[in-house]
Design a protein around this ligand. Structure first.
Ligand code: MRU
Length: 288
């Protein structure tokens, strides 16, 4: 766990671009804090807002947080409010979602939708966490989440600190685990949810949703209202970020593919609304 002090908007843009801070709700709060920082430093706020929003295109929370702070009378107070609200919203998501998990449920998640992706508590991990705190004894399958390994590096670490039973698996094992009857439900976060209910989340989510549908396993999406984007009619209208090729060809400093190998590195994919069993928000559980 490392804390990074960002004292300029450039510092923050670099931190977002390099994913030192990532995850949709955390990006929302960071974006708002970036506007607050510009305000305190006397920078051009419109320019700072533009640069912050341009760092990552997919998670709508980033533009949402930037806009809320930019249009507030007091951007600093607004940014602090957004951060505090995020934790409260995640706790509400957890409270609404926990009853979806039966006692001893074996839950599969994807990527990291925990406290490290938010200001605190987590969304999908927040639901698991609330079930754990409520004595429901969930256990978690944690796909490693190639290429950036948010599952292995972040979710496994968070669940370990929380004392929640979990096992790390290679992404390619999900089908086998579902086929053998070892997954009771899937719960993931989201980067943007379109007006028609399509969900954009970490690449690999769509595959899990198709598998869950095939095996008759509920597929839940946990996200705050700030992740719903009425301006995006469907998943196809949402920009999908392409990340640098090195994320795929290099693991922990070791090159694993021939030099100059061409790479496609989409950071997110689209899960059609038809594959979502229910959305869990701070307002409750909405069946699709
Ligand atoms: O590229 P990342 O690590 O920012 O992607 C994060 C995800 O896809 C999360 O699942 C999503 O932002 C929800 S986090 C509560």
């Amino acid at each position: 766990l490392a804390f990074l002090d960002c004292t300029t908007v450039d510092d923050l843009c670099d931190a977002i671009g390099s994913m030192a801070v990532r995850g949709a709700p955390a990006l929302g709060a960071a974006g708002a804090m970036g506007v607050a920082l510009a305000c305190v430093r006397g920078d051009d706020i419109a320019d700072a807002a533009r640069r912050l929003v341009a760092t990552r295109p997919t998670a709508v929370n980033l533009a949402w947080g930037v806009d809320r702070a930019r249009t507030a009378d007091d951007p600093v107070a607004e940014a602090v409010r957004i951060a505090a609200e995020d934790v409260e919203r995640n706790r509400a998501i957890g409270a609404h979602g926990a009853p979806l998990l039966d006692d001893g449920a074996r839950v599969m998640t994807h990527c990291n939708a925990g406290s490290l992706a938010c200001v605190g508590y987590g969304t999908a991990v927040g639901v698991i966490r609330a079930a754990h705190e409520g004595g429901r004894h969930p256990s978690v399958w944690v796909p490693e989440t190639r290429p950036v390994l948010q599952g292995a590096r972040l979710t496994a670490w968070e669940l370990g600190r929380l004392g929640i039973a979990h096992r790390l698996v290679a992404d390619v094992m999900a089908a086998s685990l579902m086929a053998s009857g070892d997954v009771d439900c899937v719960i993931v976060g989201a980067d943007r949810i379109a007006a028609n209910g399509d969900v954009v989340n970490k690449v690999g989510t769509y595959g899990l949703a198709v598998l869950a549908d095939h095996h008759g396993i509920p597929f839940y999406v946990a996200a705050p209202r700030s992740t719903f984007d009425p301006a995006s009619p469907d998943g196809a209208s949402i920009p999908i970020e392409q990340r640098p090729p090195d994320e795929v060809t290099v693991i922990a400093g070791h090159r694993i593919a021939p030099a100059n190998t061409e790479v496609e590195n989409r950071a997110f994919d689209v899960t059609p609304a038809a594959l979502v069993t229910a959305y869990v928000t701070e307002d409750g559980v909405q069946r699709s």
